[in-house]
Design a protein around this ligand. Structure first.
Ligand SMILES: Nc1ncnc2c1ncn2[C@@H]1O[C@H](COP(=O)(O)OP(=O)(O)O)[C@@H](O)[C@H]1O
Ligand SMILES: [Mg+2]
Length: 244
């Protein structure tokens, strides 16, 4: 086999994935694939199952049937700690930074999957990307603004040197100017060679950033396609994107 056939294996793939919370089926036959270098978004209303889809990559909940494949290998039964050492990092919904720790300590926590060997170098790279975090490196993280905490959550994920970064509603609850900055940062991170899977309710911003997108309704992938085409489709805009 040639090398080029390797590159056709998606970096991450959901193949017919179902997942449950008790009797409630939160993911229904989900098929999603993300290739290295892509920016892919997943759009859906509150309660659609977006966070569940991201958490299922790390096994919470586990897929009850179907497979989650990373580089073609089934990771759906793998221990969570091993999955996070495969170069996949999550920027969780609601930031979930360590409120009582300083900015720099939060960034240290991000190195957990790879260890501290590159800490200073990577911290300095993040301080270039986020000058505000450098200014506030010794500040207690919980005292910062929502936008600053979001930047810290992104920096923390980057400290694990991930190849694939999952963003769970990074714009949620932020003022429009900060939302704009968050999406600029995502673009810069993509330019650093990272693959991005972006979950958003903010369809407009997400579709402008991504190349391809999936629309989730009630635990199912309802639509998928080129982001620009979805954004141009009047019926899709009204029915699924909350746009006019
Ligand atoms: N820990 C949980 N236990 C039980 N049900 C849950 C849990 N987390 C989410 N759900 C349910 O699963 C569905 C999908 O939720 P979620 O993945 O959080 O949606 P989204 O991120 O799109 O808002 C919702 O009906 C929600 O109530
Ligand atoms: Mg969610």
């Amino acid at each position: 086999m040639s090398q080029s056939s390797d590159t056709q294996v998606p970096l991450l793939e959901f193949a017919g994935v179902h997942a449950h919370y008790g009797a409630v089926e939160a993911l229904k036959a989900v098929n999603v694939h993300i290739s290295a270098g892509e920016i892919v978004s997943l759009i859906g209303a509150n309660g659609a199952g977006k966070t569940t889809l991201l958490s299922s990559i790390f096994g919470a909940p586990r897929a009850s049937s179907g497979k989650i494949l990373h580089r073609g290998e089934d990771i759906s039964h793998m221990p969570t700690s091993r999955i996070s050492r495969r170069g996949i990092a999550l920027v969780p919904e609601g930031r979930q930074i360590y409120q009582e720790m300083s900015v720099e300590e939060n960034m240290m926590m991000g190195t957990t999957p790879i260890g501290m060997a590159h800490f200073e170098e990577d911290r300095n790279t993040m301080f270039e990307l986020f000058p505000r975090l450098k200014e506030r490196r010794n500040q207690t993280a919980g005292t910062m603004s929502g936008g600053e905490q979001q930047m810290l959550a992104i920096a923390r994920a980057m400290m694990a040197r991930p190849e694939l970064i999952l963003f769970d509603e990074p714009s949620l609850g932020l003022a429009p100017l900060i939302v704009k900055r968050v999406f600029e940062v995502l673009r810069e991170i993509a330019a650093m060679g990272k693959t991005i899977f972006l979950v958003e309710q903010n369809a407009n911003h997400a579709l402008k950033l991504s190349q391809r997108a999936y629309v989730m309704v009630n635990g199912r992938i309802h639509l998928s396609g080129d982001s620009a085409a979805l954004l141009d489709n009047q019926d899709v805009r009204k029915a699924y994107l909350g746009l006019h």
